[in-house]
Structure formats: structure tokens, C-alpha cells
Design a protein around this ligand. Structure first.
Ligand SMILES: Nc1ncnc2c1ncn2[C@@H]1O[C@H](COP(=O)(O)OP(=O)(O)O)[C@@H](O)[C@H]1O
Ligand SMILES: [Mg+2]
Length: 239
């Protein structure tokens, strides 16, 4: 991969209450690349994404964009600079229709309503057919498509996807990942946290394995794929 480091975590520590769950995380998301962040449940993947998008403040270390550290006191800072997260469990408003969900995000004003719908329906024609349907009544895969469409209204430079395949049929997962690959080809840098290791490694340019609040290994997806089983098992045998 070429180009300068884009989004970087350096020595990040993070706590819930008094319990530290990230113990010094170093991670680089290169410009226009896809990074797969893998690891067993409870490893700290979601927490890492929360820090990376500014939703959670690290207790030590820093988040950097390009050459500059992002002040952790302005939670908006990272969002304004194009870091967007699709949180675990689908961030859609269940009692609003598809169109209303898309509109919720146009108030920021950077993209016109019609443009937002065009983009969403262009990428996911299925959503056009269901534009008036309440988001809560969509299938899991459709909700995820809506969540991704909504994220795209913010013109993100970095997109952080937290387990978008959770509970979905394999065919829907491949459909979603086709879009992920397209977005990456369009130059959006993407971090995917995923339980389906093979799916994630299939679209990734880099991969990292996290366990017990630390990055255990980072490298080429193939190399990381070979090690992943070992690291998961080691975690299982020590916990
Ligand atoms: N809101 C929370 N309050 C307290 N502890 C939490 C909270 N969220 C996560 N944790 C703990 O932090 C650790 C890392 O969790 P998480 O980042 O969600 O891991 P992963 O996404 O890899 O499954 C786990 O031990 C988890 O129990
Ligand atoms: Mg998680």
C-alpha cells in the first residue's frame, strides 16, 4: 500500500469506569485501503472503533489524522474530518421510513436530499422499492444497506464497519461486501470488524488481530489468516 498513514491510533488506552480494556493499541488505517480488524469477542474491537471515530475518549495515547493529532476533547472533530462509524447492531431509526431515515442525515447540509436518495437507491435498488416502509420492518440485510447508505450521505473519508454481517444470510453478506469493495475502490478507507474471518480477509489489504485489548499481529491478510486460528485458540485456552 502507498501513501502516508491516514488514520492512526498510537498507544491508545481506554477504560470503562476503572477497568482498562485497551492496553496500548497501535493501528494504522492507510488512505484508500481496507483494514480487517479481527479477534474473539471481548477483544476490544468495538472499543477501538469508538475511540477511532471520537465517540470514546482514550485515557492515554492519541488518534491522528495525517500528520496531526486530533484533540480528543472535541468529539465532533473526527466526524467533521470524515470519520464515520456504522455501529454494531445497525444504526437505523426503526420507526421512520427508509426515506425519512435518509433525510435525518441531510440536515448537515453537505448533500441535497434528492442526491442522497439517488445515491442510496442507485447502490441498493431494493431500498427504492421499500422507500415508504418503516426501517424496523426491513430485513436485517436491508437495514444494513440503509445504515451504509446513510453513512454515505456524510461523504466519509474513513468508514468504520462494526460486524455488519451479524445475523445475516451468507448471500446477503456477499451482497454487502460487494458494496464494501466498491466503496474501497472509490477511495474510501475502510475498517471492517467481522466475525466472518474469510469474508473480511477476502476484501482486506491489511489485517490485524486483536486479543485482550492489544493488537497481537498485523500484516498481509494471508499471513494473518494463517495465524488467526492459533490466536483465537490461545485466547480460548487462557480465559
Ligand atoms: N459499555 C461497556 N461497559 C463496560 N464494559 C464494557 C462496555 N463495552 C465493552 N466492555 C468490555 O470491554 C471489553 C472489550 O469489549 P469490546 O470492545 O466490545 O470487544 P469486541 O468488540 O472485540 O467484542 C470487554 O471485556 C467488554 O466486556
Ligand atoms: Mg464488538
Amino acid at each position: 500500500m502507498s501513501g502516508p498513514p491516514a488514520l492512526e491510533l498510537r498507544g491508545v488506552r481506554a477504560c470503562y469506569g476503572r477497568i482498562e480494556v485497551l492496553h496500548g493499541v497501535d493501528l494504522t488505517v492507510p488512505v484508500g485501503g481496507v483494514l480487517a480488524l479481527l479477534g474473539p469477542n471481548g477483544a476490544g474491537k468495538t472499543t477501538t472503533l469508538k475511540v477511532a471515530c471520537g465517540r470514546m475518549r482514550p485515557t492515554a495515547g492519541e488518534v491522528r489524522l495525517g500528520d496531526a493529532p486530533v484533540p480528543t476533547r472535541s468529539p465532533d472533530g473526527l466526524a467533521r474530518k470524515g470519520v464515520c462509524i456504522i455501529p454494531e447492531g445497525r444504526g437505523v431509526f426503526p420507526n421512520l421510513s427508509v426515506t425519512e431515515n435518509l433525510r435525518m442525515w441531510t440536515y448537515r447540509g453537505s448533500v441535497a436530499r434528492s442526491e442522497v436518495e439517488e445515491r442510496a437507491f442507485g447502490r441498493f435498488p431494493r431500498l427504492r422499492d421499500r422507500r415508504g416502509q418503516l426501517a424496523g420492518t426491513l430485513s436485517g440485510g436491508e437495514q444494513q444497506m440503509l445504515a451504509i447508505s446513510r453513512a454515505l450521505t456524510t461523504n466519509p473519508t474513513f468508514l468504520l464497519l462494526d460486524e455488519i454481517s451479524m445475523g445475516l444470510a451468507p448471500i446477503v453478506v456477499s451482497e454487502l461486501y460487494e458494496v464494501v469493495a466498491q466503496l474501497a475502490a472509490e477511495g474510501i478507507a475502510i475498517v471492517i470488524v467481522e466475525q466472518f474471518v474469510r469474508t473480511a480477509l477476502g476484501v482486506a489489504d491489511r489485517a490485524a488481530i486483536m486479543a485482550q485489548g492489544r493488537i497481537q499481529l498485523e500484516g498481509d491478510p494471508r499471513e494473518v489468516g494463517d495465524a488467526v486460528v492459533d490466536i483465537y485458540l490461545r485466547k480460548a485456552s487462557t480465559s
